[in-house]
Design a protein around this ligand. Structure first.
Ligand code: NAD
Length: 527
């Protein structure tokens, strides 16, 4: 989304996308405020690192407890500002964050503690090696509006437990949810300067990246569109700022000829329409074996027509509004382009003005092709475009024919066949007989390949993104000079050849001869 939305002269407005009601206006943090926030975070971070992982885990436990207590309140705040049904706010946001906290509470100590690195090379056997995981310092997080709670919260919890301070720049469309997260963390015992929210638009985000030196962040975790991600990568490259980029997707679902049509069609539907299709892991392309094609389309069309579209706060709602009319216009343009090129509309395909200006009817399109925008560009709306394929080979080729590679899914009654196919798909995650839900598996790394991003969030690998690796090399024989130091002499190279042969020659005899030649190298007089 552009930065021109809901912004007036240094302010952002939080708006209920279902009703258009302005919930609150907030001042944008400018460059000076961003610098000051980062400087405060830096000043406070050493003490936060110093208290140790166990005490930080205790803070996470308190956060988890408080979030559990306020689960419905938070879910309603998300529904109000982002439009999604409360049920989805509970499952895809609150539950995801509670479980991410559970994962860190159970595993952060083990994953962050020093790790011994045994040496295999005989030349360095007497040295002890250890990996230390040190916090970066100040981690900047820039987040989108579509999962305004679970995305910044899962990333922030990992950064915080590792000993970092965090400055979060949330989407300009969902500042209030970010402020809810901030007050929960503070109430749980995270010091105010260790987690700060800077409200604002793209300019505030840019200020966070450009802040340098003592007032600069040490790492950036960005989640958003490919266009912004590329801009951010370029800005970060200029100051060699390490970044994680969690970007867009065009996730395919492949329904093989032995799939359960009822389960696969329900999954495709949910994957395409959850959060009104505004999910990075949304099912955006659906490929069905021709033998099941008509039955699959019929099931999708029938089930789609039964979905209840409405306000997220109405607990009977299945599909809520889109975040903004501008996002809806992209969906409309993709559907119009597909229809003009021969796609059939089996359900939906139009706005629902009687509900409000941001509502679009869940839509099923048949007979789409890769010449259509709907199969190439991220649509990010409630549309399920379906096309037929004739062989598994063709399905893999079609799935891989995309600039994106976030996730994918394969449907089959034969799991082994599904897993074999999964290995051939270019994506960060491939699910066999499921969609989207990998995001809620706290142990699973989340991230993409190709234009879908760089780096990982969640689980062990998400935690690793929040620390700098330091290798601690400690010699057990402080008084002993190393054989490879000066004092080479005429025979030294020959002795080293012998030593290399002793370790790496193929034959036993050659290795023994090498050992004999090597004798003496260690005792040779060194400078
Ligand atoms: P966006 O790129 O427009 O904005 C994301 C964030 O970047 C916002 O906070 C925005 O204010 C900020 N921003 C904009 N311009 C900036 C700049 N020049 N410098 C610094 N910050 C800037 O994305 P969006 O519309 O908020 O989110 C939707 C996109 O996010 C979709 O493409 C979706 O696929 C992607 N997404 C990806 C994941 C993932 O995990 N891979 C998750 C959720 C959303």
């Amino acid at each position: 989304m552009g930065t021109d939305l809901q912004i007036a002269a240094g302010k952002v407005s939080s708006v209920n996308p279902a009703t258009g009601e302005v919930l609150r206006e907030l001042e944008c943090a400018g460059e000076t405020e961003v610098r000051a926030a980062v400087a405060r975070a830096r000043a406070a971070q050493a003490a936060w690192a110093e208290i140790g992982v166990r005490r930080r885990i205790a803070v996470l436990r308190e956060f988890q407890h408080r979030l559990h207590e306020k689960k419905s309140e938070i879910a309603e705040a998300i529904a109000r500002e982002a439009g999604k049904p409360v049920a989805e706010a509970l499952t895809t946001e609150v539950l995801v964050v509670l479980d991410a906290a559970r994962f860190l509470i159970e595993n952060a100590y083990r994953l962050l503690r020093d790790e011994s690195v045994p040496h295999g090379n005989l030349a360095v056997k007497l040295k002890s090696g250890r990996l230390l995981r040190e916090p970066y310092g100040v981690v900047g997080i820039i987040s989108p509006w579509n999962y305004p709670f679970s995305i910044p919260a899962t990333e922030a919890l990992a950064a915080l437990v590792a000993g970092n301070a965090v400055v979060l720049k949330p989407s300009e469309l969902t500042s209030l949810v970010a402020l809810e997260l901030e007050s929960l963390l503070h109430a749980a015992g995270v010091p105010h300067d260790i987690f700060q929210v800077v409200v604002g638009d793209g300019a505030t985000g840019a200020a966070l990246i450009h802040s340098r030196g003592e007032t600069g962040i040490d790492k950036l975790v960005f989640t958003g569109s490919v266009v912004t991600g590329k801009r951010i990568a370029a800005a970060a490259a200029e100051r060699l700022l390490p970044v994680v980029l969690e970007l867009g997707g065009k996730d395919p679902i492949i329904v093989l000829d032995d799939a359960d049509v009822d389960a696969a069609s329900s999954a495709a539907l949910w994957g395409a329409f959850v959060n009104a299709g505004q999910t990075c892991l949304s099912v955006e392309r659906c490929y069905v074996n021709r033998s099941l094609y008509e039955a699959f389309l019929k099931a999708c069309a029938e089930k789609t027509k039964k979905l209840r579209v409405g306000h997220g706060l109405d607990r009977e709602t299945d599909v809520g509004p889109m975040i903004h009319e501008r996002q809806l216009r992209i969906v409309e343009a993709h559907v119009q382009d597909a229809v003009a090129r021969g796609a059939r509309v089996l359900a939906g395909g139009c706005r629902l003005p009687e509900l409000g200006k941001n509502f679009y009817k869940p839509t099923v399109l048949a007979d789409v092709t890769h010449e259509m925008r709907i199969m190439r560009e991220e649509t990010f709306g409630p549309v399920l475009p379906v096309m037929a394929f004739d062989s598994d080979e063709e399905a893999v080729r079609l799935a891989n024919d995309s600039e994106y590679g976030l996730a994918a899914s394969v449907w089959t009654r034969n799991r082994q066949r599904g897993e074999r196919l999964a290995r051939r798909i270019h994506a960060g995650t491939v699910m066999v007989n499921d969609v989207v839900s990998c995001f809620g598996i706290s142990e699973a790394p989340h991230g993409g390949v190709k234009s879908s991003g760089i780096g990982r969030a969640h689980g062990r690998f998400g935690l690793e993104e929040m620390v700098r690796l330091k290798y601690l090399d400690s010699d057990r024989m402080p008084g002993m000079k190393k054989v490879w130091w000066y004092g080479y002499g005429a025979s030294f190279a020959r002795q080293m050849e012998g030593f290399i042969d002793f370790q790496f020659a193929r034959g036993l005899a050659e290795r023994l001869r090498g050992a004999l030649r090597a004798v003496g190298a260690a005792t040779r007089k060194k400078l």
